[in-house]
Structure formats: C-alpha cells, structure tokens
Design a protein around this ligand. Sequence first.
Ligand SMILES: Nc1nc2c(ncn2[C@@H]2O[C@H](COP(=O)(O)OP(=O)(O)O)[C@@H](O)[C@H]2O)c(=O)[nH]1
Ligand SMILES: [Mg+2]
Length: 223
Amino acid sequence: MQRFRRGRGVRRLRDRLKIKSCRFQRSVYRSEDEPRTTGPDVVFLGRSNVGKSSLINRLLGTKKLAKTSSQPGKTQSVNFYRVNESFHFVDLPGYGYARVPESVRNSWAPLVENFLRRRRDRIALALLVVDARRAPTALDATMRSWLADAGIPYVVVATKADKLAAGARATAVREIEESLGGRACVPASATTGLGTREIWRYLDGALVRTAGPAGRVESSRGN
Ligand SMILES: Nc1nc2c(ncn2[C@@H]2O[C@H](COP(=O)(O)OP(=O)(O)O)[C@@H](O)[C@H]2O)c(=O)[nH]1
Ligand SMILES: [Mg+2]
C-alpha cells in the first residue's frame, strides 16, 4: 500500500475530518441481510479475542458500540457499524479459537472469504489485527497472504501493545513485520489509544482513494 505522505495538503485535509456520528447498524448471518447503505468498508480481521471490537471502539471514540468479550469464539456474525452515515466499519468473526464446535470452525472460512470476495471493490482497507505479545499464528499468515492474493489493501495492527515495555514492543513489531510479509505493522492499544492516529492516517487515505474524487466520504480523525 502507498505510504501515507505527511504533506501540507494532507494535513490540511485531515484537520477538517471528524467523526460526526457512528452507530451500530446490524449483525448479519447471511449476505442477503447486509445493509443496503452505500460507501466503502473498513474491515477488521483477526483471531478471536485478539481485540478487534475493542479497537473499533477506540478508533470511534466510543466505549460500548462494538461488543467486547472475554469469552472468545462466540460470534459468527458480521457486525456492521455506520460511520458519518457514509462508510462502514465491519467487525468480522474471529478465527482460530479451538473450543468452538467443528461445524462453526468449518463455516468460518467460506463465510469470511465470501464476504471479502463479494465486497472486494468497496473494501477501502482491511485491518489485520494480531496480538503484539505473540508471534503471529499460521492462520494469521494465511489470512495475510489471502488478502495479498485477493488484492485487498490491508495494514497489520499489533494490538495490546500496552502490555509490553517500549523496548520489547519494538522487537515484537519487527518480528511481526518479518513473519507477515515484511510490511510495516502498527503497534496499537485499545486501552491507551496508542496507534490510533497512525491507523486513522491509513484509513483517511484509503477511504478517500476508495470513494474516488467524486466520492463524498466523511472520514475522521483519531482520538
Ligand atoms: N490490555 C489490553 N487488553 C485488551 C486490548 N484490546 C482488547 N483487550 C481485551 O481483550 C479481550 C478481548 O477483546 P475483544 O475486543 O472482545 O476481542 P475480539 O474477540 O477480537 O473482538 C477483552 O477482555 C478486552 O478487554 C488492549 O489493547 N489492551
Ligand atoms: Mg469481537
């Protein structure tokens, strides 16, 4: 993906951008039930319990919009949030939780792959969320190469980085970058807000690109 340029023009643009509104739209189990609203998608992918929903809340500056849970693997629904009435945050079901029934595990891949393929052209950015304290799993690596092969723009986010001291964090980020395709990974924390601004810089750029020059996406600023 293009690196974000910190040019003057971009900074001016960002100064105008704000989250004006965000709301839970719906939980969907079948593609027919997806909302009909237009605009780009920002999708959140990762292991269950890695911190996707918490990150969504932090990015939107809300506490409880996305349901978080200490019991992983429970939801297989696709949850839509509408931001500024102009684009979606999509919380996809997490993978890799061993204790869910096999039927649920088997249905994960087609569900998520169909979603990503079907909505590919409107996906502004996929955030592949991994745990800063752990080496990425084989499933994380598979997910990343799947995104790359499908031509879906993505950025790797290493969340829960608040649990690491600065030195250990830098090492962890380097190791995650090496094992997940060599691209820059953003250290983040839903608890402290670390990384929020950097993620929003990626999102702002991606949303503007996806909407095109005529698009009227109201993006947002980190908080
Ligand atoms: N310390 C810390 N805990 C986090 C962070 N993000 C999530 N958690 C905790 O990790 C658990 C799972 O979070 P959740 O957002 O529900 O994960 P999801 O299954 O990927 O949506 C919850 O107990 C959260 O409170 C973080 O950045 N730092
Ligand atoms: Mg969740």
